[in-house]
Design a protein around this ligand. Structure first.
Ligand SMILES: *Cc1c(COP(=O)(O)O)cnc(C)c1O
Length: 447
C-alpha cells in the first residue's frame, strides 16, 4: 500500500493525496529516503573549461597604481570604442527591429532568405554555394561546436594548431573528443609543420582544424601552403574544419585564399561570422558553409548538422533579418580602413619591439594580433611567459596574454585593435621593462 501511495505522489495525483492518512505516510517515507541534499555538478560541466580563464585567474593581476592599465589582451575590437561598426550595419539592425517581421522563431538553421544571402556572398566559381549549404549559428563559436560535434564521436580525436585558439580544446574535451596538437613554425611565418601534422593523424582522427588567418599569430597561409595542407588531408581521408572567421582580413599586399575552392576532393566545413570583419562580436551571428563537391559528406552530415542546430533553434532572428543589408550595403572602404588601422598598429608594435633586448616579434600579415617571442634565458628572474607577463602588469600596468593560453611557451600575444596612442605607450613600457630585466650574459645570440 505504501508503494501505491508513493507512486500516486510521484505522479502528482492530487486525489490520492487528498486522503490525509496516505499523504502523511507518503511524506514521511520521502523524508526518510532523502536524508540530505546531494546535488552534484554534471560530468560534462566538469570537463568544460576555458584554459585562458584558468591561466589568467592564476595570475596576480595587481597593476602598478602609478600607471593606468593598458590591456592588450582582449580580442574584442569594440572595447575601446575606436573601431565602431559601419552606420549601414547599425541601420540594417534598426530597420530589422522596426519592421516587426523578425520576432518569431526562424527555422533552426536560419531563414532561407538569410542563408541565400550568405551563400551568394561567399560563393566562388570553384566553390559554389546555395542556401542548402549554409547553416546559420550563434556566432562562429557555435559553428565550430556543431562542426566538431557532427564529425567526431567520443573517443575520436581532432587535430588543432599550436599555438591556437583555445576554444577548440574547450569544445572537444567537453564532448569527450581527444585533441592532438600540430605545430606552427614561427620562423616560417607560422606555417604548419606538415610532416608533424601528418605524423599525428591516426585512424581515430575525425578532422583537422585549420585557422587561417590565425588567432593568435596574425599569419596568412599562401595558396601553395594551403594546397599542401589539403594534400595531407586527402592522403589520409580526413575532412577539414576551416575556421575562417578572419577571412579577407589581410593587410595590403597580402591575399587571403579560402580553403574550399582549392580542394577538389577533401570536404570542408568553413566556419565564419560577422564578429570580426563587421566588428559586432556581440551580435552572435556565425555560419557553417558546407563544401562537398564530391558528395563525401553526403546527406548524413547535412542532416546531422540540422539535427544539432535544433538544440538551440538558431541565432537571433533580428540579426538574420538584417543580414541582407549588412552584407550588401557595407562599403568596401569600411573593411579596408579597419585593416589599415590594424596594419598601422602592427607596424608600430613590430618596429618598437624588434629592437627591444630579449624580444622577438613576428610580423603579422592580417587579423588583429601579433605574437612576440621572449628569449626567456635572457630574463633569469622569470621562469616562463606567464611570470613574464604577470610582472609586466605589476610593474608597467600592461597586460598581454601569455601564449601558454594558446598551448605555446615563451611568447605573448598583442591585440592590435587598441587606439594608436595606447599601442605606442604600451610598447614604450614593454621596452623599459625588458631593459630593466634583461641579462646580457644569459643571452644566446641576442644583442
Ligand atoms: C573570435 C574567434 C571566433 C569566435 O567568433 P564568434 O563569432 O564571436 O563566436 C572563432 N575563431 C577564432 C579564431 C576567433 O578568434
Amino acid at each position: 500500500m505504501a508503494n501505491n501511495t508513493n507512486m500516486a505522489y510521484m505522479n502528482g495525483n492530487e486525489n490520492h493525496l487528498s486522503n490525509g492518512i496516505y499523504s502523511y505516510h507518503t511524506t514521511e517515507k520521502i523524508m526518510k529516503k532523502k536524508a540530505k541534499w546531494n546535488i552534484r555538478v554534471s560530468e560534462m560541466s566538469k570537463k568544460t573549461f576555458n584554459p585562458i580563464r584558468a591561466i589568467v585567474d592564476s595570475m596576480n593581476m595587481d597593476p602598478n597604481p602609478k600607471k593606468p592599465m593598458i590591456a592588450l589582451s582582449i580580442g574584442d575590437p569594440t572595447v575601446f570604442g575606436n573601431l565602431p561598426t559601419h552606420d549601414a550595419v547599425l541601420k540594417a539592425m534598426k530597420d530589422a527591429v522596426d519592421s516587426g517581421k523578425f520576432n518569431g522563431y526562424a527555422p533552426s538553421i536560419g531563414y532561407q532568405s538569410s542563408r541565400e544571402v550568405v551563400a551568394k556572398f561567399y560563393s566562388q566559381p570553384d566553390a559554389l554555394l546555395e542556401a542548402k549549404d549554409v547553416i546559420l549559428c550563434s556566432g562562429c563559436s557555435q559553428a565550430i561546436e556543431l562542426s566538431i560535434a557532427v564529425l567526431a564521436n567520443p573517443g575520436q580525436n581532432i587535430l588543432i594548431p599550436r599555438p591556437g585558439f583555445s576554444l577548440y580544446k574547450t569544445l572537444a574535451l567537453s564532448l569527450d573528443i581527444q585533441i592532438k596538437l600540430y605545430d606552427l613554425l614561427p620562423e616560417k611565418g607560422w606555417e604548419i609543420d606538415l610532416k608533424q601534422l601528418e605524423s599525428v593523424i591516426d585512424d581515430k582522427t575525425a578532422c583537422i582544424i585549420v585557422n587561417n588567418p590565425s588567432n593568435p599569430c596574425g599569419s596568412i597561409f599562401s595558396k601553395e601552403h594551403l594546397q599542401k595542407i589539403i594534400a595531407v588531408a586527402a592522403r589520409n581521408c580526413v575532412p577539414i574544419l576551416a575556421d575562417e572567421i578572419y577571412g579577407d582580413m589581410v593587410f595590403q599586399g597580402n591575399k587571403f585564399y579560402s580553403m574550399a575552392p582549392l580542394s577538389s576532393s577533401v570536404p570542408i566545413l568553413s566556419c565564419g561570422g560577422l564578429a570580426k570583419r563587421w566588428l559586432v562580436p556581440g551580435w552572435r551571428l556565425g555560419w557553417i558553409l558546407i563544401h562537398d563537391r564530391n558528395n563525401i559528406f553526403g546527406n548524413e552530415i547535412r542532416e546531422g548538422l540540422v539535427r544539432l542546430s535544433q538544440r538551440i533553434l538558431g541565432p537571433c532572428t533580428i540579426v538574420q533579418g538584417a543580414l541582407e543589408s549588412i552584407m550588401n550595403s557595407t562599403p568596401k572602404k569600411f573593411f579596408s580602413s579597419t585593416l589599415s588601422f590594424m596594419k598601422a598598429n602592427a607596424d608600430i608594435c613590430y618596429e618598437a619591439l624588434s629592437t627591444v633586448p630579449g624580444l622577438r616579434p613576428v610580423r603579422p600579415s592580417g587579423a588583429m594580433y601579433l605574437m612576440v617571442g621572449i628569449d626567456i634565458e635572457s630574463f633569469p628572474e622569470f621562469e616562463d611567459d606567464v611570470e613574464f607577463t604577470m610582472r609586466l602588469i605589476s610593474e608597467q600596468s600592461v597586460f598581454c596574454l601569455p601564449a601558454k593560453c594558446f598551448e605555446y611557451p615563451n611568447f605573448f600575444r598583442v591585440v592590435l585593435s587598441v587606439p594608436k596612442e595606447m599601442m605606442t605607450e604600451a610598447c614604450n613600457r614593454i621596452r623599459e621593462f625588458c631593459e630593466q630585466h634583461y641579462h646580457h650574459s644569459y643571452s644566446n645570440g641576442f644583442a
